[in-house]
Design a protein around this ligand. Structure first.
Ligand SMILES: Cc1cc2nc3c(=O)[nH]c(=O)nc-3n(C[C@H](O)[C@H](O)[C@H](O)COP(=O)(O)O)c2cc1C
Ligand SMILES: O=C(O)C(=O)c1ccccc1
Length: 393
């Protein structure tokens, strides 16, 4: 029975040609609460839509007659090889999509040659995910592994988690800086979003005081944050907290996730972080902030190669990865496409999402006249506007 199910999944997967196909099929695999939690954004969804739409405002300026018979889409991260400049973004509660949850995603990433950033609010323990993310049959050498961090008001909760992450072998922490509070997400209120009772948070004891299940996410954070100690800490500041984090992170690198301006990029550099991720949380936090593709150039310009700059939000095709790398990102992280793949067929569905993005990225490189990621530059793009397009960026 189980193998028949897997055969059916395989057949269905072979008919899925794009991330859009995966998104459509995933909708029939999730109930309304999970589907809208995954796909939805904050407020009116202006930023959510703009993250994707921004990619259509940039056009590729291809160069021809440049021998593209060989093409190498690979790169590296923290000295580990990656099949392409692509990582799997932190997403909470992956078992809402599929019972194999985060471990299936981590296994697919390891076999493909990608990197996982595990959410603080995973439904699998960080130790199990690290094992899955670093055990691979197809890639040689150690695999990189990131842990996304929310800092709690009770710092002991955060310290405990960081100590576990160090012991398990995580390479880097990605501190999410765009969420002192949870954004306004109407779907979570309307659907009475909660973690179903058969699922548990993987990184906290039940008596730890950290919860997202059993209560509406928004009410949970907003009305109870002042009464209960173990909520995100909205008082974080550059000066005191980055230094504190450094003192409790051992050898793990510290990255900031959620940078959208040159000003904050400069502060990040000044505070000695190891890398930054240009992100607006997939349009789930403050609505009406810039699309990440359009925020990227000002951040890249101020950082000037001194630390790596990554980007996430709205990446749905290999050509989107191509455009983000042309605008100066070292790597793209994808969120929802992975969740859609997971919902459709567990590990195989995640692998399908990754394979689609790789095939498309490689073909885009070749058709644009590039054979190595290092050749991607702003000169390969133009920006469309009401008058036509500007050929120089
Ligand atoms: C369902 C869902 C849950 C998420 N949970 C987290 C989280 O726990 N921590 C975090 O920093 N970002 C979280 N994110 C944001 C992602 O890390 C990432 O910034 C975003 O999904 C990228 O946009 P994309 O989904 O358009 O690729 C979540 C995103 C989604 C869709
Ligand atoms: O949904 C999210 O985007 C998110 O970051 C989150 C995860 C768990 C609890 C609250 C918010």
């Amino acid at each position: 029975m189980a193998s028949r199910g897997r055969d059916e999944d395989k057949k269905r997967l072979s008919e899925i040609l794009s991330i859009q196909d995966l998104r459509s099929v995933s909708h029939s695999k999730m109930d309304q609460m999970a589907r809208e939690y995954y796909d939805g954004g904050a407020g009116d969804g202006v930023t959510l839509k703009d993250n994707e739409a921004a990619y259509d405002r940039f056009i590729i300026r291809p160069r021809y007659l440049r021998d593209v018979s060989q093409c190498d889409p690979s790169t590296s991260l923290l000295d580990h090889p990656l099949t392409m400049p692509l990582g799997i973004a932190a997403a909470a509660m992956m078992k809402l999509a599929h019972p194999d949850g985060e471990s299936a995603v981590a296994r697919a990433a390891a076999d493909f040659g990608s990197v996982v950033c595990l959410s603080t609010f995973s439904t699998t323990s960080l130790e199990d995910v690290h094992k899955a993310a670093t055990t691979t049959t197809s890639m040689s050498g150690k695999r990189p592994c990131f842990l996304q961090l929310y800092i709690f008001q009770n710092r002991e909760t955060t310290i405990k988690m960081l100590n576990r992450a160090m012991k398990a072998g995580y390479d880097a922490i990605a501190l999410t800086i765009d969420s002192p509070y949870i954004g306004r997400r109407y779907n979570e209120v309307r659907n009475h979003f909660k973690l179903p009772s058969h699922l548990k948070l993987g990184n906290f004891e039940e008596n730890s005081g950290v919860k997202v299940g059993g209560e509406n996410l928004m009410e949970d954070i907003e009305s109870k944050s002042r009464k209960q100690p173990d909520r995100y800490d909205p008082s974080l500041e550059w000066d005191k907290d980055i230094q504190w984090l450094r003192s409790v992170c051992g050898n793990m690198q510290i990255w900031l996730k959620g940078i959208l301006t040159a000003e904050d990029a400069e502060l990040a550099l000044h505070h000695g972080v190891d890398g930054i991720i240009v992100s607006n949380h997939g349009g789930r936090q403050l609505d009406h902030v810039p699309s990440t593709l359009e925020a990227l150039p000002e951040v890249v310009d101020v950082i000037r190669g001194r630390i790596p700059v990554h980007v996430d939000g709205g990446i749905r095709r290999g050509s989107d990865v191509f455009k983000a790398i042309c605008l100066g990102a070292d790597l793209c992280w994808v969120g929802r496409p992975i969740l859609w793949g997971l919902a459709v067929a567990g590990q195989d569905g995640v692998r399908r999402a990754l394979d689609i993005l790789l095939e498309e990225f490689e073909l885009t490189m070749k058709l644009a006249g590039c054979t190595h990621v290092k050749q991607l530059s702003r000169r390969m793009l133009a920006k469309r506007d009401a008058m036509g397009y500007q050929s120089r960026l």
